[in-house]
Design a protein around this ligand. Structure first.
Ligand code: ATP
Ligand code: MG
Length: 153
């Protein structure tokens, strides 16, 4: 079915207010994709956004700074979730989409997790015909970029 990505992003961030506040997170939304309708499942896409924002919030220091943006290239809808958190090395980023993989030093604040979130995220995005990429630098931050095919109409 048709899903408005900007609406989904806004709703997910709204629903996470308490857990973001708990960590004093600063959230910046740049929903620049004018038209953001894609074909997919709204619940699954919500879970995808939730997992990325949850990670950005968890794997950051004192005050998480999270930037979420959307843009429309004409062919693809791009969703970016960026943080200025603990980051990862190249070798670590290669493994984060594997089931049960967690970066050993990711437990700075005793962060709990199963290492399943990103495996699910990649599965869903691939099922929607999209791709997900990650860029990360240790102690600098991490950016996840999702690209989804736009509906033709
Ligand atoms: P859960 O199953 O609850 O999501 P998780 O967060 O550990 O558990 P993933 O979301 O799959 O699992 O992430 C895998 C690992 O990748 C994390 O344990 C963490 O080490 C690393 N990671 C994920 N996102 C980030 C990020 N934004 N910054 C730094 N490290 C990250
Ligand atoms: Mg996670």
């Amino acid at each position: 079915s048709e899903v408005d990505v900007n609406d989904v992003v806004a709703a997910v961030v709204d629903s996470m207010e308490l857990q973001l506040q708990k960590r004093n997170a600063a959230i910046n939304l740049n929903l620049n994709a004018g038209k953001s309708i894609i074909y997919g499942d709204e619940l699954h896409l919500s879970n995808v956004i939730y997992n990325l924002v949850d990670n950005a919030n968890k794997y950051s220091g004192e005050i998480p700074k999270i930037n979420i943006s959307t843009r429309n290239t004409g062919k693809h809808l791009i969703i970016e979730v960026a943080d200025e958190g603990i980051g990862m090395t190249k070798d670590q980023t290669k493994r984060i989409f594997d089931q049960f993989y967690r970066v050993p030093t990711g437990n700075l604040h005793d962060v709990k997790g199963f290492g399943l979130g990103l495996n699910y995220v990649q599965d869903i995005i691939n099922q929607m015909g999209g791709t997900i990429k990650v860029h990360s630098e240790k102690d600098k931050g991490t950016v996840f970029e999702i690209s989804l095919p736009l509906n033709h109409n």
